[in-house]
Design a protein around this ligand. Structure first.
Ligand SMILES: Cc1cc2nc3c(=O)[nH]c(=O)nc-3n(C[C@H](O)[C@H](O)[C@H](O)COP(=O)(O)OP(=O)(O)OC[C@H]3O[C@@H](n4cnc5c(N)ncnc54)[C@H](O)[C@@H]3O)c2cc1C
Length: 291
């Protein structure tokens, strides 16, 4: 199928893009990498009257560290993030995760802001932003606001962005030196969406875990932070028993949507295994045992 007819707008600055959003309201739709949007348009699931193409907005293409926070412009390609030494130093978790997004050809066009804004519950990057305690910056005609990832993801493909707002930046705070990370996921074949994915950050104080964050994707309506499992782990010495208990807790209150790729029960079983493995890997990295 071909998309329904639409008007095409190509602003060259954030201000122009936001001005168009204010003018067009719900009749306007942002086009970033087009890797999700074009599919929806071609099948006429969505029929936007106006496309606002932010590809010419080069000021939204950056990866930099501001005040200890990794700031990623919304138009930054996923492949640029994958290759960024700045990002690898600051947040090896997001670099490990982005390599699981589709194939290189998709990552060459797909943007970081597009992936986060699309809010697919199975996506890798939203789960990483949630795990890291990250934030998103939304820019509208009346100025900017910053939301925590927990407040941004509202449901499947639903976020807290108003129709007149553009997601302009994704921000990840720096975790302490020595933090171990792990992003692991189960895909039916290389490059497919994850059936289940998990992101973990762990910091040790001596023998015990003093900071931990665990999130999952593909197992509920949004990416999910496993706060009760984190509480169980924090303050304890890592052990196989502790990882197993935490994995059981992390998956005790999830509501995966069954589909042709797997039943809800299958996804829950996978999630339990992947949380345990990710905790093991993150702790072994925190101890310097694995790269
Ligand atoms: C074959 C294939 C496999 C894929 N596999 C995966 C996968 O494994 N994991 C994964 O996470 N993704 C996967 N994707 C999706 C891909 O990562 C997309 O890049 C991503 O979902 C959307 O990013 P985009 O820049 O292409 O956004 P677009 O498709 O251009 O936009 C997506 C939506 O977000 C909105 N939007 C985009 N940018 C902004 C912004 N700055 N502010 C406000 N709204 C905005 C658009 O209006 C649209 O509604 C796959 C895609 C394909 C084609």
């Amino acid at each position: 199928m071909k998309p329904a007819p639409f008007n095409y707008h190509a602003p060259s600055t954030t201000e122009e893009a936001v001005g168009l959003l204010a003018e067009l309201g719900s009749q306007g739709r942002i086009l970033a990498g087009g890797q999700s949007l074009f599919q929806l348009m071609n099948f006429r699931v969505v029929k936007p009257e106006n496309l606002i193409d932010i590809n010419p907005v080069s000021e939204l293409d950056y990866i930099r560290v501001d005040d200890g926070t990794l700031a990623i412009g919304a138009r930054t390609r996923q492949s640029a993030l994958e290759r960024s030494t700045e990002a690898a130093r600051h947040s090896p978790l997001i670099v490990e995760a982005v390599k699981n997004v589709a194939h290189p050809s998709v990552r060459n066009r797909g943007t970081v802001g597009g992936s986060v804004a699309y809010a697919d519950p199975a996506s890798e990057l939203p789960a990483v932003v949630l795990t890291s305690g990250g934030e998103v910056v939304l820019t509208g005609a009346d100025g900017q606001r910053t939301l925590s990832a927990g407040d941004f993801f509202r449901g499947p493909y639903t976020n807290a962005c108003s129709p007149d707002e553009l997601l302009t930046e994704v921000r990840l705070p720096r975790w302490p030196d020595g933090t171990g990370h792990a992003f692991l996921e189960f895909q039916r074949k290389h490059g497919s969406y994850a059936l289940v994915g998990t992101a973990v950050l762990v910091h040790l104080d001596g023998e015990s875990i003093d900071r931990v964050a665990i999130s999952l994707c593909g197992v509920d309506q949004t990416p999910v932070r496993a706060s009760r499992a984190e509480d169980l782990v924090r303050g304890n010495v890592p052990s196989d028993g502790l990882f197993e208990e935490a994995a059981a807790e992390a998956t005790s209150d999830l509501h995966p949507l069954p589909d042709v790729k797997g039943s809800a029960a299958y996804r829950l079983k996978l999630a339990r295994v992947y949380v345990r493995r990710a905790l093991e890997l993150a702790v072994s990295r925190a101890k310097g045992e694995r790269p």
